[in-house]
Design a protein around this ligand. Sequence first.
Ligand code: HEC
Length: 176
Amino acid sequence: MRERKWAATSAAEFTDEGAMRRPEGFRQWVFVGTTVTPNEMNKGKAEFPEFHHVYMDRAGFAHYKRTGTFRDGTVMIKELAGVASKQASSGAGYFPGGLQGLFASVKSRRQHPEAPGNWGFYGFGLAPPYEKTAEVEPVKNCVACHQAAAAQDLVFTQHYPVLKAIRAAAGGGESR
Ligand code: HEC
């Protein structure tokens, strides 16, 4: 029953072989925050250059809003954009250029029964419209850093003002 419900409501889809299909329409999901690691502040080559736009699927967000937790089936997206200029009419700063990378994480007991928090991590490449499918990443590529440094259930909620506001409103404060 639970399996069926998950399948009906999760934004994540997988091939029969277990690869994740590139989510469609994620730019219309809930935008939870942006970080920026400019190349020039990272010895010319940031690990994920440079803007990181983070989205969360709508059903996952609705659940988070209600409970402050990530439900089974949650999909998180990180899409990269380069720095195009450092000056605009609003002042000096970092102003984004083109989109240049798509990464995702999915919390799924079914797909990742053994993984920490049941999270699986995926990379869809650097050139839009990106790859159609992605294999789950080996643990060493992604999980260890998320497990060590993310504030809540392997998700970097400490960097997402929208999620922090929800926890603050619920009286939960910040977990890190
Ligand atoms: C060295 C640390 C590190 C590694 C390795 C890493 N990440 Fe992350 N990841 C972060 C940080 C920090 C954030 C918070 C937003 C940001 O700054 O990008 C993040 C955010 C994310 C998000 C948005 C949801 C969340 O969990 O906060 C996704 C999706 C993601 N990473 C996917 C990946 C994938 C896929 C890999 C492996 C290919 C990976 N990450 C490897 C540090 C890391």
